[in-house]
Design a binder for this molecule. Structure first.
Ligand code: FMN
Length: 216
């Protein structure tokens, strides 16, 4: 199977703000421009950035379902309990996680072996293990959530607004998208052009409050 790969070191879009600036200025917005439009090429670039997120053993157990058709988006807004900013955004991206490593295990472990990072025997063992393992929702949620954060930061760095949402009917969205049994929706991202400023960011807990060293 021939798969496309992406060389992050030679990406043509190096003019965007650096990571720390993007982290510090990213917001979840409700104020989208309802007349705005995100080009499909831009969506593809953001998804490519999302795929550069870390994942367990580089298994990349994620998919992205972009809902852009107006009627489909109306249905998705209903499934998101009427959150209107999703409609204004114009694109809803459901980040989907694999509950089973089996989907990518063969390809990925063979890549580890081909790169000389593990033995062929180890790769075969890991592939067999992935085939035996039961479904694991945590595996899906952990990995797909990291990809989702990359998505948010990339969209923001490109001057777009991207709001993560879990206020939606998970079973309904699962069915609406026609997801296979081993895939689950993890987070829905409203993606669009900004309609203006957002209310000031609410305070964050202090580092002293959240950082524990050596022990809780
Ligand atoms: C797991 C999760 C679920 C969220 N669900 C929603 C949602 O359903 N609708 C929404 O408008 N925002 C949602 N948000 C956005 C949060 O309200 C927002 O991240 C938080 O208020 C902090 O604001 P900031 O992202 O602008 O810093 C969600 C964020 C996360 C991480």
């Amino acid at each position: 199977m021939t798969e496309q790969t992406f060389d992050a070191d030679t990406a043509p879009d190096a003019q965007y703000p650096d990571a720390v600036e993007a982290i510090r200025t990213r917001r979840s917005g409700h104020n989208f421009d309802p007349d705005g439009d995100v080009a499909e090429e831009t969506l593809r670039e953001i998804v490519r950035d999302a795929t550069l997120a870390p994942s367990a053993f580089n298994l990349q157990p994620w998919e992205f379902v972009a809902v852009r058709d107006e009627e489909r988006l109306d249905d998705l807004v209903d499934l998101a309990y009427g959150q209107e900013h999703l409609r204004d955004a114009g694109t809803g991206v459901v980040v989907v996680g694999h509950t089973d490593a089996e989907r990518t295990a063969e390809r990925v472990y063979n890549e580890w072996a081909e790169a000389g990072r593990i033995s062929e025997e180890d790769a075969a063992d890991r592939i067999a293990q992935a085939e035996d393992d039961d479904a694991d929702r945590e595996f899906a949620v952990r990995n797909a959530s990291l990809a989702a954060e990359n998505f948010l930061l990339s969209a923001h760095a490109r001057g777009l607004k991207a709001t993560p949402m879990t206020g939606f009917d998970f079973e309904g969205v699962d069915e609406f998208l026609g997801l296979p049994d081993d895939l689950i929706p993890v987070v829905l991202i409203a993606l669009g052009e900004s309609g203006g400023d957002e209310p000031e960011r609410l305070p964050r807990r202090s580092v002293d409050d959240v950082l524990h060293v050596d022990d809780y």
